[in-house]
Design a protein around this ligand. Structure first.
Ligand SMILES: *Cc1c(COP(=O)(O)O)cnc(C)c1O
Length: 462
């Protein structure tokens, strides 16, 4: 046996137990690539051990995103590992499936029959928001140019939007006119619009499932107010609906809420396939009512991959598995299946809301009915409470639950709230266990009040 092999007889022993291998005897290299290769079995196991330190996704009640997928989704994701969404010539069937999904969503959102709704998949609602915002900006500029008016000061009007709209505004040089939330309100209200819109408004964003409180903004009333403003001033201001979560909830739970392409003023809608669309992380969608609403100058045609395919995207290469999984879920569940999933979640949210209401210290802000399957609440009397909601979050975290505490948006940021999202895979029993843990935590905090901490910040999850 060569001398160097004798130094560490375990090194080349394929039979060795994972945890007696040479690599598992060391602190892993962190900032420099190791010189040589290691056993895949050992490296895989060591990384799994490290990842145990991450939060447990199933107990993360802060996220809107999918944390459970069936075995078939796992298999499809594996089988689609090599599919590149951009390469529509090499993977024409993946491109075809993307187009089917766009059509299914246009139909789900009541695009007028016989018209040419168009759209695409994205990495999530954030990229979709960039694309939607760009189309608004380009169309506004064309309108202004045609009328011989200046094009240097575009603005976008919205309520308490998700951070992606701040990004859009900053990255693409648009003034974001964020309308403050009024006392007692949770989002943009139609009577506030007149003060904020003008001829330089590229569009109004209405949110179906406000990030902070999980209820819907009144899209139909917002559109009606913009009709009135158009009649008065002549400004034809389109609405983009950010339906990141609501786009997959409202059609199934609230079919009578008119928020989608049934409203002629709604030009485009985005949603996150990886939220209530139930697909795994990495897919969003944007759909325009008609093809002419997507300016041709924004569409690129690449021919060096073979063929000539139009694309509108911020990214180039991107995995195709999520899109395939989205189509699988459409076929697997159908409308009835989605309805049952979202109903089950909403029922569980209602169950949690009732328990929180009867617990004592809390006042519900949103009880899970009429919007997303979620609950938000605040302390009834924070000034005289023996604990802050931040303390309750910390306490619940000891049991693995992630329940975020955060202030409402500016103008209402003196109100600190907590929010629980109920998603596919979060069961009634789990929530009953959470309720028990909440009661225990409240009792503990009341018996041993923590010192007051000023200006505490929490991790606010999108
Ligand atoms: C989550 C969310 C986004 C961002 O979506 P991603 O899919 O995470 O990029 C945008 N708007 C709203 C209302 C959201 O809830």
């Amino acid at each position: 046996m060569a001398l160097h092999e004798m130094k560490d007889p375990r090194k080349s022993d394929p039979e060795a137990d994972v945890f007696t291998s040479a690599l598992s005897d060391q602190v892993l290299p962190k900032y420099r690539m190791p010189d040589g290769p290691s056993s895949p079995r050992v490296v895989h196991q060591l990384l799994r051990n490290e990842l145990l330190l991450d939060g447990n996704a199933a107990q993360n009640l802060a996220t809107f995103c999918t944390t459970w997928s069936d075995d078939e989704v796992h298999r499809l994701m594996n089988e689609c590992l090599d599919k590149n969404m951009i390469d529509k010539d090499e993977y024409p069937q993946t491109a075809e499936i993307e187009a089917r999904c766009v059509n299914i969503l246009a139909d789900l959102w009541n695009a007028p029959a016989g018209t040419s709704a168009t759209g695409c998949s994205t990495t999530g609602s954030s990229e979709a928001a960039m694309l939607g915002g760009l189309a608004l900006k380009w169309r506004w500029r064309a309108r202004q140019q045609a009328a011989g008016r200046p094009t240097d000061r575009p603005n976008l009007v919205c309520g308490p939007v998700q951070i992606c709209w701040d990004k859009f505004a900053r990255y693409f040089d648009v003034e974001l006119r964020q309308v403050p939330v009024e006392p007692g309100s949770t989002g943009l209200r139609p009577h506030q619009l007149a003060e904020y819109v003008d001829e330089n408004t590229i569009g109004v964003v209405a949110i179906l499932g406000v990030t902070y409180t999980c209820d819907y903004e009144p899209v139909a009333e917002i559109a009606a107010e913009l009709d009135r403003i158009q009649a008065e001033h002549g400004w034809d201001i389109p609405v983009h609906v950010d339906a990141a979560s609501g786009g997959f909830v409202a059609p199934f739970l609230h079919p009578d809420v008119v928020w989608d392409f049934r409203l002629p003023r709604v030009a485009s809608v985005n949603t996150s396939g990886h939220k209530y669309g139930l697909a795994p992380l990495g897919v969003g969608w944007i759909v325009w009512r008609t093809a002419d609403l997507l300016p041709e100058e924004l569409v690129f045609r690449v021919d060096y991959l073979g063929g000539n395919m139009p694309t509108f995207a911020l990214n180039f290469s991107r995995p195709g598995g999520e899109v395939i999984a989205q189509y699988y879920l459409f076929l697997r569940l159908g409308r009835d299946g989605y309805r049952r999933v979202q109903h089950t979640c909403a029922d569980t949210a209602g169950f949690l809301a009732a328990k929180i209401a009867e617990m004592g210290p809390f006042t519900l802000l949103y009880d899970g009915a009429g919007g997303l399957p979620a609950v938000s609440y605040t302390l009834t009397d924070p000034a005289n409470s023996p604990f802050a909601l931040y303390d309750l979050s910390d306490r619940l975290r000891m049991r693995g639950w992630q329940v975020p505490t955060y202030p409402l948006p500016p103008a209402r940021d003196d109100t600190v709230i907590q929010r629980v999202l109920i998603r596919h895979g979060v069961t009634r029993d789990q929530i009953a266990l959470l309720v028990d843990d909440m009661k225990r935590a409240v009792d503990h905090l009341a018996a041993a009040p923590p010192p007051p901490v000023e200006n505490r910040q929490s991790g606010f999850h999108h």
